[in-house]
Design a protein around this ligand. Sequence first.
Ligand code: NAD
Ligand code: WQD
Length: 349
Amino acid sequence: MKILVTGGAGYIGSHTIIDILDNTDHEVVSIDNFLNSDPETFERIKAITGKQVRNYNIDLTSYSTLKNEFFLKEGHIDGIIHFAALKAVGESVTKPVMYYQNNLNGLINLLKCAQKFDVDSFIFSSSCTVYGNAEQQPVTELTPTQTPESPYGYTKLVGEKILSDLAKTKLDFQALSLRYFNPVGAHISGMNGELPKGRPNNLVPVVTQFASGWVDDLVVHGTDYETRDGTAIRDYIHVSDIAHAHVLALEYLNTKKAASNYDVFNLGSGNGVTVLEVLHAFEKVSSLKLDYQLGPRREGDVEMIYADNSKATSLLNWELQFGIEDAMSSAWKWQKFLNKAKSGDKVPL
Ligand code: NAD
Ligand code: WQD
């Protein structure tokens, strides 16, 4: 099969490409305009898999470019995994039009092309953000979604709705929305990982960059939550486990096991972990002491969210390979790889 991965140079897209190349015979082609990534990602993918992935530097928000420069040139595509989106929750509040324009126009253009060029399998990157501040934990796929707090969250909820509406009208079109919880960690080689542009917002890159002196402070946002140590609980899931779920999801669609032509899956570990537990896991695997500060709650944060992942484990046969300490040690290995690159050592970066 020939699979289009959009956002293939990004954090989750690149790990998914590695998994596809390592575990299947599928051909992969990527579209990424490097809005939040760099072409060097494909050098790292090559160093890990031995394979060169072709990438089209195309902005998905331009329908004519997508149609003429990709679909007309590339020939038949068997399935699409759509990662490409802007993902900074805080930035989406200050730049809502940019987020709606990029995430929704990109999705709509891709779906127009999928219809025009008969691509029947579609996997969409959604997010646990659609559950908002759910009362019952863990959340299942039946837990009601809530009005999102941010434009980013809306783009995921609306994206899911567009797909489910399209699936109702086109029965040979099969789509899945995969709701990721908190993807963390890096490839086991330490040669590919998360490299956000600018100061990171997410906890794990802040931790590893703080430990390397790239950022000046590490603040625990909120210590008065009603949790076992007062800090917020999340479901941290290794990026390579998330990546592998996409290979299984493709197989699930391809073997027509799905009972309906649109469905939703939670991709989380099933474990709720506090912020302090993350910091302590990092300290354990790195043998470093983190000089963190305790601070107030961060606006918009929920107290607790973690997944019931039993639907993905049973229907997709998803088995988790990694835990929180694996995630922290691989993230740290990746950070040390980045430190080497910064110091001028020759690494594929
Ligand atoms: P990322 O920013 O690392 O990767 C996204 C990639 O898409 C980037 O390489 C970017 O350059 C590309 N891109 C963005 N807009 C584009 C456009 N208009 N045209 C072409 N390329 C474009 O993000 P990620 O962490 O890999 O996230 C992948 C997907 O998963 C996103 O849809 C994100 O919303 C979703 N998601 C991420 C998380 C997370 O915490 N990382 C959690 C839940 C859901
Ligand atoms: C985790 C915990 C912070 C940084 C976001 C999106 C969500 C999804 C995943 C895309 C929180 C705390 C963080 C720091 C801290 N993405 N923290 N100090 O906010 O759970 O989820 O990424 O869909 O939609 O909202 O992830 O990594 O930012 O935070 O104490 O310097 O770590 O307050 O409790 P979050 P995060």
